[in-house]
Design a protein around this ligand. Sequence first.
Ligand SMILES: Cc1cc2nc3c(=O)[nH]c(=O)nc-3n(C[C@H](O)[C@H](O)[C@H](O)COP(=O)(O)OP(=O)(O)OC[C@H]3O[C@@H](n4cnc5c(N)ncnc54)[C@H](O)[C@@H]3O)c2cc1C
Length: 321
Amino acid sequence: MSVKNLADNSVSHTKTRRVFIGAGGAAIKMLQMTGLPESKYYAGFPVGGLFLMTDNPDVVNAHTAKVYGRAELGAPPMSVPHIDTRYIDGKKYVLFGPFATYSNKFLKNGSQADLLASATKDNALPMAAVGLDNLDLVKYLVSQVSLSPEQKMAELRKYYPEAKQADWIENQGGQRVQIIKKLPNEPAKLQFGTEIFASQDGTLSALLGASPGASTSPNMMLDLLAKSFPDEVQGKWNAKLLEIIPSYGQDLAKNPELLDEVRTDTSRTLGLVYTSKTQSTPEPQDSADVPEPTKFVPSPDAKEPVVEVGEESQTEPKKVA
Ligand SMILES: Cc1cc2nc3c(=O)[nH]c(=O)nc-3n(C[C@H](O)[C@H](O)[C@H](O)COP(=O)(O)OP(=O)(O)OC[C@H]3O[C@@H](n4cnc5c(N)ncnc54)[C@H](O)[C@@H]3O)c2cc1C
């Protein structure tokens, strides 16, 4: 493997038996660079995410939560609107969005040539076919891109009726590169989920796609381990994985005791209020280290908007009512 340091243009070489590509939206470009035959099945479709953002202390101090609504009809899963507290460089903000934006870049600070450069003779037709097959999505993107600042504020006011335009600025969050996949003898498909790519010989793996995102990355990495190292995961690594993650490989729907144990443990760590069926949840050790307790939402099928606290989480609309 050759690595070029863009800071000083030096090139170094490393011999390795396995390579993992984790480069966000650019992962697809790097996968294409490997020249692997399976890499030809993929193309990328970038969709940006723009947020309304405020640092007005009156607003920020009144909202310590992440509240999801519903995605619009025809809207892709990663567009579920949410209004949430975020800490950026240590400062607290409230953000509302995302509003979809369009750019050809695969990374927020990437190049406008990214999309064109990723088109090959193998994936150009599938890319066009996917556009024609997803007219709902195309219509949604066009309607989002043409929203005026007043129309964006009107969306925000569905969640926060007193919002004042002067408090909110627009902020480009980043790019999500959806995957277009065209397997031999199958129609091209636009995928909104995360895709774990593993080469047939198991030497190269990559994390592609856009959603569900950072919140599910441990799960993704566990899937990646199982795909790339099936013998080790079933064999000598299994005991260690179970020690680190007691629910690893277990069906929590069929094991209420273990589910209760896991919820008790995660609630304690996150500082959430959870009444265990069997155990008492001790108060967090240091309240400065944990977010303020908020309502615990036990079921992903809840009918009301879901209230969460903590890190980012992106949820498929079918799971969030
Ligand atoms: C607007 C928006 C909102 C989101 N909201 C949420 C949310 O609420 N909850 C959630 O869970 N997820 C959310 N996500 C998704 C989440 O941000 C991503 O899933 C996550 O950041 C992906 O992590 P990653 O490490 O795979 O890629 P990235 O975070 O993109 O990191 C990849 C890194 O690789 C670097 N890189 C690329 N190419 C090269 C190269 N050739 N050489 C060296 N370095 C390279 C890039 O510069 C970058 O630093 C959101 C994404 C966006 C765009």
